[in-house]
Design a protein around this ligand. Structure first.
Ligand code: FAD
Length: 641
């Protein structure tokens, strides 16, 4: 049956990528349909019950700055929050939260159900409708045909998914969910380049069987005994600590020599070591057997026992992801302190699945081969909820822009981690599941969590992603930061008027000539608060006072302070970004036959011919394409070649 309603955008899959894609397209006014296996699993966390972390938290803040759901749902479902790297510079500080799975899912579902222009429908998608070189819709398991102008595919780990526990294996999308076999076959038929990857998850433990007195307690920030007691971190620009439910601690135990012996005794029945699993796993999230094998001399590994929620006893032992046989899993868990009597609720497992080579995508995440078909999330070779959410939002908004007949939105590597993620994927591809790190960004001093809103919310508003409430709040903050920075740059402190004792108290020494407040704030030992207390508060501003800005005053002060302290570094980095932008924006002629560019080595010619980068910047990041080759290519282009 052909479904009577025609949609602008169909999103297939209701995971982290799919939900952000559907919400973004609908927020931008497109009639959007979210088709997924099971409405009960919308926004489900397949693995660890946590959101954020270094690099990942940055992505969540960017999704939030563009009006996405992940940060707000975490504020509603978060049962422990921490600011990682809090003693380091602002660029590498990152928010991380443990989430109550049920509360998180409920928040996502509520946002989806209340989003205008968005329809939900529960059915497996088995086929895509393709006419010529364009996708025109999707077909479900019972033969329902839905038409649309664009389709965003976010099938996660489900395409031809195969679960492994020891030498046993079976078809599944993740534990308890069916695989997407027909859709996988159809995509292979469409000849889109694909491969196999794998990921794994640990066994889950009943908290009633854990002896917490033998484990080390790890409270969250703001909790009793934690950092900044009474001050809970917040993820979303629109969130608040008042939204957080009751907070819980995590616990720490360790593997030991006995654990390692047990693990080694299972190697001969490991699907990974016996070649049963062909897909490559995530290097930065290895299974425990991989860790013991690779780091044989390490005597112990730290294991975090993370609560899965407020209404369950289930615990997630972070650090023992495994696909070893169940008898080995049982023994290895019970070999650790505090877990001697542990009851396993769910076995750990590995899953192998199809992914699609992201080098076959345009910079908008539309496939090069099939117009209107976009891919986002784990299907593009990434791992992680945050990477998936960021891609989903990106593909959803670009599908919507295409439907509106507008050009794609393509943030650069100097604008956002999202820009880094997209560019890395489409130019370099993946050889193992890709996850975000701050080290992947060349311009990380300016890609901070704290300024994600300043970097992206205006662009989001222009595209229609930002509602009036967020826009009004953001504008107030942006204007207050600008006003206060301007004031600090125009108010002078005169040494003849400032009492020497005050100068020594706040600045550490007397000043010999006039200084702008802004320049005094650049000194490492001078904080905004101390400067505002100078000479009885004579230089304090009314603009950033709590009365006028309420909860926004602390973020305003933070921006003003960072702008002063890091101005020099940020300026230098901005110059670098601008220089690099020259390359970024130089578009390469789509018809250019690289094999004819004689100055380049055969290897470089072949690589460029294969990847066909859209800009010189993308070309420069293809592995094996050296800066020298880029200069030669530039000369060739200038000669009109
Ligand atoms: P998913 O969250 O997988 O969502 C896919 C959605 O699409 C599901 O709702 C599914 O029902 C739906 N769907 C699929 N096919 C169809 C179809 N044909 N028709 C209709 N609906 C369909 N990440 C980490 O960062 N670290 C880890 O250690 C880690 N370990 C993991 C271990 C396991 C066992 C699994 C399963 C995942 C793990 N992940 C890990 C990955 C993390 O779960 C994913 O990165 C993230 O969920 C990807 O989001 P997604 O939206 O791309 O896909």
């Amino acid at each position: 049956m052909l479904y009577p309603q025609e949609f602008d955008v169909i999103v297939v899959g209701g995971g982290h990528a799919g939900t952000e894609a559907a919400l973004a397209a609908a927020r931008m006014g497109c009639q959007t349909l979210l088709l997924t296996h099971n409405i009960e699993t919308l926004g489900q966390m397949s693995c660890n019950p946590s959101i954020g972390g270094i690099g990942k938290g940055h992505l969540v803040k960017e999704v939030d700055a563009l009006g996405g759901a992940m940060a707000l749902a975490t504020d509603e479902g978060g049962i422990q929050f921490r600011i990682l790297n809090s003693s380091k510079g602002p660029a590498v500080r990152a928010t991380r939260a443990q989430a109550d799975r049920i509360l998180y899912k409920a928040a996502i579902r509520r946002m989806l159900e209340n989003q205008p222009n968005l329809w939900l429908f529960q059915q497996a998608v088995d086929d895509l409708m393709v006419q010529g070189d364009r996708v025109v819709g999707a077909v479900t398991q019972i033969g329902l045909r839905f038409r649309a102008r664009a389709v965003v595919l976010t099938a996660g780990t489900f395409l031809d998914g195969k679960i492994h526990v020891g030498l046993n294996n079976y078809a599944a999308g993740r534990a308890g969910d069916p695989p997407a076999v027909s859709l996988s076959a159809r995509l292979k038929e469409l000849k889109l380049p694909q491969g196999r990857l794998k990921t794994g998850t640990p066994p889950r433990i009943d908290g009633r069987s854990i002896d917490f007195s033998k484990c080390e307690e790890q409270p969250g920030d703001g909790m009793p005994g934690g950092v900044n007691e009474g001050l809970l971190p917040v993820f979303s620009f629109m969130g608040s600590a008042a939204m957080h439910p009751r907070q819980l601690p995590c616990w720490i135990t360790h593997t030991n020599e006995r654990t390692h012996e047990i693990i080694r005794s299972g190697f001969d029945r490991s699907p990974m070591f016996t070649g049963k699993i062909e897909g490559v796993g995530p290097r930065y999230c290895p299974s425990v057997e991989d860790k013991i094998n690779r780091f044989a001399d390490k005597e112990s590994h730290q294991i975090f026992l993370e609560p899965e929620g407020l209404t369950t006893h289930e615990f997630y032992p972070n650090g023992i992801s495994t696909s070893l046989p169940f008898d080995i899993q049982y023994a290895l868990v019970r070999s650790m302190r505090g877990l001697e009597n542990a009851h396993i609720l769910r076995p750990g497992y590995a899953i192998e699945y199809d992914y699609f080579d992201p080098r076959a995508l345009k910079s908008s995440f539309e496939t090069r081969e099939i117009k209107g078909l976009f891919f986002a999330g784990q299907i593009n070779g990434t791992t992680g909820y945050e990477e998936a959410a960021a891609q989903g939002l990106f593909a959803g908004l670009n599908a919507a822009l295409q439907c509106r007949g507008e050009a794609a939105w393509l943030p650069g590597r100097g604008d956002a981690y999202l820009g880094v993620l997209v560019d890395d994927l489409i130019t370099k591809g993946v050889t193992e599941p890709y996850r975000m790190f701050t080290s992947r960004a060349e311009f990380r001093l300016q890609l901070r969590e704290d300024n994600a809103d300043m970097r992206l919310t205006e662009a989001g508003r222009q595209m229609g992603l930002i509602d009036d409430a967020r826009w009004e709040r953001f504008s107030r903050k942006r204007d207050a930061v600008a006003r206060e920075t301007e004031r600090l740059k125009s108010v002078w402190v005169n040494p003849r008027i400032l009492p020497a004792a005050e100068a020594e108290r706040v600045l550490g020494k007397t000043i010999e000539h006039e200084y702008k407040l802004f320049d005094l704030l650049r000194r490492p030992d001078v904080s905004y608060a101390s400067l505002m207390s100078l000479d009885g508060g004579k230089y304090a501003s009314g603009d950033v006072s709590r009365e006028t800005l309420g909860e926004l005053s602390a973020p305003v002060i933070e921006q003003v302070e960072i702008a002063a302290k890091y101005a020099g570094y940020i300026e230098r980095q901005r110059d670098e970004v601008q220089r690099a932008a020259h390359y970024e924006q130089l578009r390469l002629p789509p018809e250019l036959d690289y094999m004819q560019v004689a100055a380049l080595s055969i290897e470089v010619r072949q690589k460029l011919q294969k990847h066909r980068p859209e800009t010189l910047g993308q070309a420069s990041r293809i592995s094996g394409v050296t800066p020298a080759a880029i200069s030669l290519l530039l000369v060739h282009l200038k000669k009109g070649g």
